[in-house]
Design a binder for this molecule. Structure first.
Ligand SMILES: NC(=O)c1ccc[n+]([C@@H]2O[C@H](COP(=O)([O-])OP(=O)(O)OC[C@H]3O[C@@H](n4cnc5c(N)ncnc54)[C@H](O)[C@@H]3O)[C@@H](O)[C@H]2O)c1
Length: 422
């Protein structure tokens, strides 16, 4: 691979670049939708002269998103939204072979991370792409208004959208934002299938446990929880769902899962997976009821869904690492609870996050949304907007095409019939 001219960067080691390039190419083979868009972008250059700053997981899949934006004519700077998911070899490959300014080192501390975010903003981006809203929120904090020239932002996560909507409610959001996280294709593929498979993958990689014959308790039956429950059941586990929303609880019951209050579920489970987006969902009263040997994993929000301080205090220092990414907490009565991946998001910390075929859809949405922001520059009001349905449908159509799936069109008579009801 030819070298590009090397931009300013902060990565672990440029010598890792060949391994990163191999990883990027492997992922690319699973990302046909993005490849199609890249081809069109290369011909049309719809992002010419555009400066894009992205704060995302620095992985092979993200590298293919970056390559697509570059093909469209944009310049891209990249930092990491999560210090634990950064693939140092990929970061090196982006710098060395594609000339991208990357500031991401696996395991970097919070101060370094904050500095990286500020460096990207100093480049006065036209468009921000966030996974948690740090770029856009920092942009607002540092001047009270979005930096000059900012056309808009994209947000990949539910949590990031909560932060941005809070800014909007206070009248402080200074640019339009497209809520990529809430697109239908994103919900179905990323949240359900991506989290479902990769959370189970992380649990199995970390613990090497057999799911069949065990009871898996899924706390939170939203999009992500539904995926985890489905995959656990598919692997032969008995699945118990815990919910606080009656509609979601009803859906879980009608899908055939046992639904229990969390205290009752605590006594039944062998493996617990939190996917709620909330905090202290499993805490002292749950730990006190759990069986000896229970596994605890979080696939939801940062590391706050399990009350780790209470777990530590119950174990009174009796904690040992029994396998990589498995810490065993021995309680006063001798029961042992096994915490996976330090309570951090298990599919990222113990596995490789969403498979490339899932990120293909997420990042296809991102690229088409960047194009949309450019097209509607100056016409989109400040605030959080849904992804246009036409983009969602286009991504679904491209993905079906890549899978070799054909579907019907309604007949003229059916269209007419449907419209007659309007
Ligand atoms: N690990 C990943 O890769 C990944 C992917 C997608 C989403 N997420 C995260 O997973 C979390 C859930 O995402 P989602 O899209 O499914 O959200 P969602 O809003 O669709 O679902 C969350 C569900 O949790 C339920 N809930 C809230 N508090 C609860 C409690 N105390 N006990 C039981 N249930 C409770 C809610 O009623 C809701 O049904 C978020 O933090 C999101 O950021 C992680």
């Amino acid at each position: 691979m030819a070298r590009a001219s090397i931009p300013p960067h902060e990565v672990a080691d440029l010598a890792l670049a060949p391994d990163g390039e191999a990883r990027i190419r492997w992922a690319d083979e699973q990302m046909p939708v993005l490849a199609r868009i890249r081809e069109r972008f290369g011909a049309q250059r719809p992002l010419d002269q555009l400066r894009v700053a992205a704060c995302l997981h620095v992985t092979a899949e993200t590298a293919n998103l970056v390559a697509t934006l570059l093909a469209g004519g944009a310049s891209v700077t990249l930092c990491s939204a999560n210090p634990l998911s950064t693939q140092d070899d990929v970061a090196a490959a982006l710098v060395l072979y594609r000339g991208v300014e990357v500031r991401a080192i696996r395991g970097e501390d919070l101060d370094t991370y904050a500095r990286h975010v500020r460096s990207l903003l100093a480049g006065a981006p036209h468009v921000t792409i966030d996974d948690g809203a740090d770029l856009l929120v920092t942009a607002h904090e540092s001047g009270g208004a979005a930096p000059r020239g900012l056309i808009g932002g994209l947000e990949e996560t539910a949590t990031g959208l909560v932060r941005l909507r809070r800014l909007e409610e206070r009248g402080a959001l200074a640019c339009p934002v497209l809520a990529v996280n809430e697109a239908r294709t994103e919900r179905a593929l990323n949240d359900r299938h991506g989290t479902g498979q990769s959370a189970i993958d992380g649990i199995v990689r970390a613990s090497h446990v057999l799911l069949a014959g065990h009871t898996v308790v899924v706390l939170g039956y939203g999009w992500a929880g539904q995926g985890v429950a489905e995959r656990a059941r598919g692997a032969g586990a008995a699945v118990v769902v815990v919910e606080v929303d009656p509609l979601r609880a009803l859906e879980a019951r009608m899908a055939g899962y046992e639904v229990l209050p969390s205290l009752a579920a605590a006594e039944r489970g062998d493996i617990f997976v939190t996917v709620t987006g909330s905090r202290r969902v499993l805490r002292r009263e749950h730990f006190e009821r759990m069986k000896d040997g229970a596994l605890l994993a979080n696939a939801g929000h940062f590391d706050v869904e399990l009350d780790l301080a209470q777990l530590r205090s119950l174990a009174r220092g009796n904690v040992r690492e029994v396998r990589p990414l498995v810490e065993q907490y021995e309680l006063a009565d001798g029961r042992r609870l096994n915490l996976l991946a330090h309570g951090r998001v298990v599919n990222l910390a113990a596995a490789e996050g969403h498979p490339a075929a899932v990120m293909d859809v997420s990042f296809a949405l991102q690229t088409l949304c960047v194009e949309q922001l450019v097209r509607s520059r100056g016409r989109l009001r400040r605030g959080v907007h849904p992804v246009p349905v036409a983009i969602d449908r286009e991504v679904a159509r491209l993905k079906l095409d890549a899978l070799g799936v054909e579907i019907d069109e309604p007949t003229a008579e059916q269209e007419h019939y449907r419209e007659s009801w309007g």
